[in-house]
Design a protein. Structure first.
Length: 437
């Protein structure tokens, strides 16, 4: 079995020399038919001590050794605020779910405004012969008015031309440069493999959340939240941070999808990587119109357990990215046990809908095992609905194995912290089962 150390050095060497091949389709290679042969071998994930030692030098403030991770005591998902226990899916949906949503809003992500009454959609460009006639491209301006001013952002959408009836759609929340979601397809990135999505029969959409919705900056002076501060009569009630603003835009995209006759509003998936994965989870937790959430390397503040002493910590992420979360979240940096929620409860808010965690072998800083353990604990809510046939084991699935447990899924790709075409394949494979059964 290849060691993770070997993988690290091999991947590090090809990151630079192969960047163009990864992000721009090679001449003569059809981007609608990616080559996944490199991902055929399955094996247990076991980072070598040599790799962890080398990585620990780069992340000296983080523990990367499982023996030191501890066995945290998690908040009980099934205990209501009044001390009574949740025993049915009906009580979970009617009472416990709203309690947890309110806690995540107050303690982690912040309170966001509702859908604006003045929300409008305008198709600013359309190409019915995109991708050599295989798809229709629509670029949609989503905008609204407040205080006599207007704020807007764009949605890029490709819909397959060969379809019968309405199609499911995958919405990417892109925090990277807009080039990654280039609607002209002059630049093709595996981060948003639009041609492959169309070939699989899915519509694919993207919002450039950092570029157009809210800047990924401390003390941003432009963007959605600043617009509300300037024009909302009670802006002090909106405690939302950057991730919550991005999540808000995802729901506005759903508002548009409900008006597009090509899109099936019952089969909408939201996807994000890293900070975008955290955002996708919060978007889907709040908005039950998302039938599937696909998060990738979401780590601390997203999918991995905050109470687990492994990888990036709550204190570190708030120090480095304070604008992502409400200010209340940072107060738990020195006492994470006092946090009234943990990420297993965030994942549980997705139930009974689809939930798919994607991780990477070298991405130890994001704590893939902590995300698996959070998903394992959260799966008890799907069991409450009768939708998770088996209890998840503590041992993680094999690398390159698509693990399915009812609507729940998990996979890990070999490589670095990134959203790859192979990850999309796993998400599409899951959606094929979830959406087309």
């Amino acid at each position: 079995m290849r060691t993770i150390t070997t993988l690290f050095h091999r991947r590090a060497l090809i990151v630079f020399v192969g960047l163009a091949a990864c992000c721009q389709a090679l001449p003569g290679v059809d981007p609608a038919v990616p080559d996944f042969s490199a991902y055929e071998k399955t094996y247990p994930w076991a980072p070598s001590d040599a790799f962890l030692a080398e990585t620990s030098i780069m992340q000296s403030s983080s523990n990367l050794y499982e023996a030191k991770a501890g066995n945290p005591v998690l908040p009980d998902m099934f205990t209501l605020a009044d001390g009574t226990k949740v025993t049915t899916a009906e009580v979970w949906a009617a009472r416990r779910r709203p309690e947890l949503l309110a806690l995540f809003a107050s303690e982690v992500y912040g309170v966001s405004p509702p859908r604006p009454d003045t929300l409008q959609f305008h198709v600013v460009a359309e190409d019915p012969r995109a991708m050599d006639g295989r798809a229709t491209l629509r670029q949609v301006k989503i905008s609204f008015g407040l205080g006599g001013e207007t704020f807007g952002f764009h949605l890029n959408l490709f819909v397959p031309n060969q379809r019968t009836g309405r199609v499911p759609v995958f919405l990417l929340l892109n925090h990277r440069p807009p080039r990654n979601t280039d609607p002209t397809r002059a630049y093709k990135s595996d981060f948003w493999p639009a041609e492959y999505a169309i070939a699989r029969g899915y519509a694919i959409a993207a919002i450039n959340v950092a570029a157009e919705v809210d800047p990924d900056q401390r003390n941003a002076t432009t963007g959605l939240r600043q617009f509300y501060r300037a024009h909302h009569p009670r802006s002090e009630t909106l405690t939302w941070a950057t991730l919550a603003a991005w999540a808000w835009s995802a729901s506005r995209a759903v508002d548009y999808f409900e008006t597009d006759p090509a899109i099936d509003p019952a089969r909408i998936a939201v996807i994000g990587h890293s900070r975008g994965g955290k955002t996708a989870l919060w978007a889907a937790a709040q908005d039950t119109r998302f039938a599937l959430v696909c998060y990738n390397g979401a780590g601390e503040g997203g999918s991995s357990l905050a109470r687990r002493n492994f990888g990036e910590t709550l204190a570190a992420i708030n120090k480095n990215y304070p604008h992502w979360f409400t200010t209340k979240y940072a107060t738990y940096g020195g006492n994470v046990e006092a946090l009234p929620v943990d990420t297993h409860e965030l994942l549980a808010l997705i139930a009974p809908r689809g939930c798919h965690d994607g991780e990477a072998t070298i991405d130890v800083h994001a704590d893939p095992r902590g995300s698996w353990l959070a998903l394992r604990e959260a799966s008890r809510v799907w069991q409450l609905y009768g939708l998770a046939p088996r209890q998840l084991a503590r041992e993680m699935p094999l690398v390159h194995e698509l693990f399915l447990n009812g609507p729940i899924a998990y996979h890990m790709h070999e490589g670095l912290h990134d959203l790859t075409a192979y990850d999309w394949k796993m998400y599409f494979d899951h959606a094929d089962i979830l959406f087309r059964q």
